[in-house]
Design a binder for this molecule. Structure first.
Ligand code: ADP
Length: 180
């Protein structure tokens, strides 16, 4: 069966899905970009939950992810994933970004969640080239969904049109390859 993947142009904090993914930083203490937007929309309970995780586990290494409550968000949970900072491509950035997506999918599945929304992890302040990041995201998620029953449906929520076009093109290509 073809993987169930959609591209959405918009704000991840308004998505009605089981889980939204946060492009967090290692401290889990909030930040700018999508992290700031998620914390503002979720309210102070989310930061409290992150503080507890932080006390238990310390800082999160790139490629790792943890799950918390979602506070006031429409989602049921938030998965905080730390993407790699782009340092030119020779520092295992691709592998680390793939791990970030995989660990989010595994955590969603382990908690029985069916729908999950991802932002374009690492493509803001962390500077990962958008086309390369989109290719990793689409390949990792598509392969996972064809092998595992959960999650059932993935939304790539793009905040800018460039990312939305990149994801759409990659998914169309993959669909054509599967049809051929
Ligand atoms: P990182 O530090 O991982 O690069 P950023 O938050 O700086 O994280 O950016 C990651 C991506 O999230 C960027 O493509 C940015 O445009 C996008 N983004 C920012 N705000 C939102 C939002 N509210 N919903 C979805 N995506 C967002």
């Amino acid at each position: 069966m073809k993987p169930q993947i959609d591209v959405v142009l918009g704000d991840i904090t308004t998505q009605h899905v089981d889980v939204i993914v946060n492009a967090a930083n290692p401290s889990l203490m909030g930040g700018g970009g999508v992290d700031g937007a998620i914390h503002r929309a979720a309210g102070p309970q989310l930061l409290e939950a992150c503080k507890i995780v932080r006390q238990q586990q310390g800082e999160l290494a790139p490629g790792h992810a943890v799950i918390t409550i979602a506070g006031d968000l429409p989602a049921k949970a938030v998965i905080h994933a730390v993407g790699p900072i782009w340092e030119g491509g020779e520092h295992h950035e691709a592998r680390s970004l793939e791990d970030a997506y995989l660990n989010c999918l595994r955590l969603a599945a382990a908690n029985g969640y069916k729908t999950i929304a991802f932002p374009a992890i690492s493509t803001g302040v962390y500077g990962f080239p958008k086309a390369a990041a989109a290719a990793i995201a689409v390949a990792t998620v598509s392969d996972y969904l064809t092998r595992k029953p959960l999650p059932e449906r993935v939304y790539f929520v793009c905040y800018d049109e460039e990312n939305a076009r990149l994801y759409q093109r990659l998914l169309t290509q993959r669909g054509q390859e599967l049809d051929a």
